[in-house]
Ligand binder design. Sequence first.
Ligand code: NAD
Ligand code: MN
Length: 358
Amino acid sequence: MKTYSIAAIPGDGIGTEVIAAGIEALRALADREGKLQFKFDHFDWGGEYYKKNGRMMPENGRDQIRNHDAILFGSAGHPDIPDHITLWGLRLAICQPFDQYANVRPTRILPGITSPLRAVKDKELDWVIVRENSEGEYAGVGGRVHQGSPLEAATDVAMFTRAGVERVMRFAFKLARSRPRKLLTVVTKSNAQRHAMVMWDEIATEIAREFPDVTWDKMLVDAMTMRMVMRPQTIDTVVATNLHADILSDLAAALAGSLGIAPTGNINPERTFPSMFEPIHGSAFDIMGKGIANPIGTFWSSVMMLEHLGEQAAAGRLMKAIERVTANPKFHTPDLGGNARTADVTAAVIDAIRGAND
Ligand code: NAD
Ligand code: MN
């Protein structure tokens, strides 16, 4: 029996609701598989913790989760606390020091879900976006001076390093090569940003030589938004900077039906540190506490976690259960136009896990 220790950090808002659902589903999956089990350690870090302690997580927080096999994360974001404090104090305080530099975001249209794109058929939208997750526009470099005076000034400096760009390019080319179409689009903005983005393009060209079997092209980020909407079938794997991919992946999630479905993995490919899996969405203040958050994004993120742990059979079983449930509109939450509640979807996925024979 293999036991995986998972650090569960629900955070705030609907993060707490969807992580509870995810843990239920993973427990049912372990029972069904019989060959693995999970030991969940719960960490109550986030906005409420901040109100009591003046910080989002304890000073030695990372030491408490450093030796776990993976982290299952909900959302950082609290209605009473500024977003930059919650984000930098928790999510980025884990991603950056744990060097989870590849943020992987698969998108496809699951059975039973309708894309807002008029003509797209399910198989025509099947993408993975790789987001650089350690530097770029979110490196944290910058400053603010003369606050409140007419001379006030502020900068956020986008910082790109050769090592940082090379490693994320190599990761993306490898991922593209592992998929049937072997197709990669490198998103850039080297027309307007003439230093870092030009280096980004040059490094892409260099790394491409290591992957002669991968077909790749380059696209300016503004044009990329149009291509995602107008010609989704021409896209497969995508690599983009921290900011660009942040935006493109919310668009991708919406084009695949709802932000509530979309999963992500913050991957430390060298496995020096645990990787962190989370739904793409945030705390969703407008629906928190109502019991209607879509838990599918968390279930799909759990599939990614299982794949990362090498549990391919369990991952496959959970993904099949998810698809069986999305195929039935009775189990669509309001974001998908239905009336189902978080608990209904969770129970249906657990039923499907128990029922699946293959
Ligand atoms: P959001 O993702 O929380 O919500 C955007 C919209 O999508 C809302 O209308 C929400 O109701 C809907 N939505 C999101 N997830 C859903 C789900 N599972 N089921 C049904 N509907 C869902 O984004 P926001 O409103 O921009 O941000 C709210 C807070 O969350 C902010 O504090 C923000 O900083 C934080 N946030 C955190 C993360 C993270 O920790 N990874 C990501 C995004 C936003
Ligand atoms: Mn985002």
